[in-house]
Design a protein around this ligand. Structure first.
Ligand SMILES: Nc1ncnc2c1ncn2[C@@H]1O[C@H](COP(=O)(O)OP(=O)(O)OP(=O)(O)O)[C@@H](O)[C@H]1O
Ligand SMILES: [Mg+2]
Length: 255
């Protein structure tokens, strides 16, 4: 097991956004997290990644209690994430965007940088090689030298994934990876997520689009901050409680 969450709770004033959630995530799986708008999905990611502290509960990552740690500490331990809205450097190229994400994990110190030592140059070469490999993995190699801001929506979202991969995560959290994409972009993204998973990265993804269920090993449904059901994608699609709470509320159940 890579991640174990016990009784995770977050109150914002009088509102309980996440309420006593228990989740175990197995090493190597793709876990889907679904639920209506405002169910607490993004808050759940923000808690795991240390963006906000929990009101109650424990987060154990690879056997280590990471509850209350800072975002950079959690990133260094190997949890990467994308954001629902993708912050990137619009005037950097696609490649520069990925390279810049490597700075979270420095391998040379400032003296090496200052004197442009062999360690530093070797590090630069390493980062370039790794960045190109990541761009290849997510299918953005062909646009590596183009400006991020000129990329279509789907590419910009994949660039968010590429940047998250730069910290070499063993656990990757994707917040609505295919939202707003056209069908081709969705297919490409699903393939890229599959390739990432095949590299041994454990993935938790939040999504409204039911098409994503095809790549999930397991799905957890949350509503009003609580876990209501978990099971295989098939079980989830057929569960009456899920249909009532989520799928029935104007969302497309046909996928
Ligand atoms: N920083 C905050 N301060 C106060 N309330 C917040 C904060 N962040 C989230 N909330 C509230 O917590 C609840 C859960 O929000 P959250 O963004 O986690 O939902 P979500 O499941 O990601 O929804 P969506 O599908 O629309 O992205 C909502 O009622 C939201 O308004
Ligand atoms: Mg959200």
């Amino acid at each position: 097991m890579i991640l174990e969450i016990n009784g995770l709770t977050k109150n914002f004033g009088g509102l309980t956004a996440v309420s006593g959630i228990d989740i175990k995530v197995n090493d190597g799986e793709v876990l889907g997290l679904i639920g209506p708008n405002g169910a607490g999905k993004s808050t759940f990611f923000n808690l795991i990644t240390g963006v906000i502290p929990p009101t109650k509960g424990k987060i154990i990552f690879k056997g280590k209690d990471i509850t209350g740690k800072r975002p950079h500490e959690i990133a260094e331990l190997g949890i990467g994430r994308t954001f629902q809205l993708n912050p990137l450097f619009p005037n950097f190229t696609v490649l520069q965007n990925v390279i810049s994400s490597f700075q979270i994990r420095p391998r040379s110190n400032w003296l090496d940088t200052f004197f442009n030592t062999p360690v530093y140059r070797k590090n630069e070469a390493y980062i370039l090689e790794q960045s190109l490999e990541i761009l290849n993995l997510v299918g953005l190699y062909k646009v590596k030298d183009e400006l991020a801001k000129n990329q279509p929506h789907g590419y910009q979202k994949m660039l968010g994934v590429a940047r998250a991969l730069a910290i070499k995560p063993s656990l990757l959290l994707l917040d609505e990876p295919i939202a707003g994409m056209n069908p081709d972009e969705i297919d490409n993204t699903i393939e890229a997520i599959k390739r990432t998973s095949q590299r041994g990265v454990t993935i938790i993804l939040v999504e409204h689009n039911m098409k994503i269920l095809e790549i999930c090993n397991r799905v957890v449904v949350i509503n009003f901050g609580q876990k209501i059901v978990e099971g295989s994608p098939q079980e989830i699609k057929e569960n009456p409680e899920v249909i009532r709470a989520y799928l029935g509320s104007g969302h497309d159940t046909k996928h």
